[in-house]
Design a binder for this molecule. Sequence first.
Ligand SMILES: C[S@@+](CC[C@H](N)C(=O)[O-])C[C@H]1O[C@@H](n2cnc3c(N)ncnc32)[C@H](O)[C@@H]1O
Length: 273
Amino acid sequence: MHGPYDIPYTAMFLIESPNPLPIHKLSQSIMKVGCFMNNSYLDCLAVLGVGGAHPGGLKLTKELLAQEKMNESTKILDAGCGTGQTSAYIAKKYGCDVTALDQNKIMVEKANKRFLAEEISIKAIEGTMENLPFANDSFDFILSESVMLFTNITQSITELKRVLKPGGKLLAIEMVRKKKMNDAELVTLKSFYENTHFHSEEEWKQTLNQAKFKVIQVDKPEVQFDPENLDTAPEYSLSKSVDPVYFEMMKAHEEMLELYKNKLSFCVFKCTK
Ligand SMILES: C[S@@+](CC[C@H](N)C(=O)[O-])C[C@H]1O[C@@H](n2cnc3c(N)ncnc32)[C@H](O)[C@@H]1O
């Protein structure tokens, strides 16, 4: 339980900052960011079983995949697969040989439950992007949808490069920082999203280039929630018992995105090895 005397540390930081965010825009949820310190955003996604947990949701994924050539002989890694929504779609639509991996046990269980229910022969694996349990040159294609920002980026990109076949393709949807942020803004974001990295587009490109990926295209698609199209909305697969704090966190996440909409955006990075 979070009592009235919990210190909303980040809110204090904002107030004290010489260059604060407009405090009047911070709703109660955001003010409570400091109260979520014992709960991780990634655990929140896992417990609520959020699928399509990336900008653009499944709709964008479908559009991006439609631009690629893939078939039954294509070996794909869905790195940071979450609840396995994208993996299941690829297996059903293109018949590819899909490997799904995530570091979160609950996510892996939910992905496997989905695959079983949909009679898809994928077995999600628990593992980390920084130390992938695959041989060199294993995959023709790697998809990473809103995952690398939560990892040790240099290590995970090096690993993705190692397991991708020569000539293979990496498609990564990543959050980007559009504008410089002050300390208060960064502290607020980092205390909510923990060790998340808020790279600019240039920083992402540099890191990918340093790992000797060739960045062949960077797209900035427009995405919008469409109430008529379920693929634009996240889906939920709740755990049996959910601490109500996770609903509060999800609300705070949505408010955070709204508050930072002029500073944060996302890009689709298409790279070859
Ligand atoms: C925002 S969710 C995206 C999930 C999925 N790609 C989707 O679009 O629905 C981020 C996912 O990355 C996973 N993740 C975070 N850090 C990771 C790491 N170091 N290695 C593997 N998976 C990781 C989380 O467990 C979570 O499932």
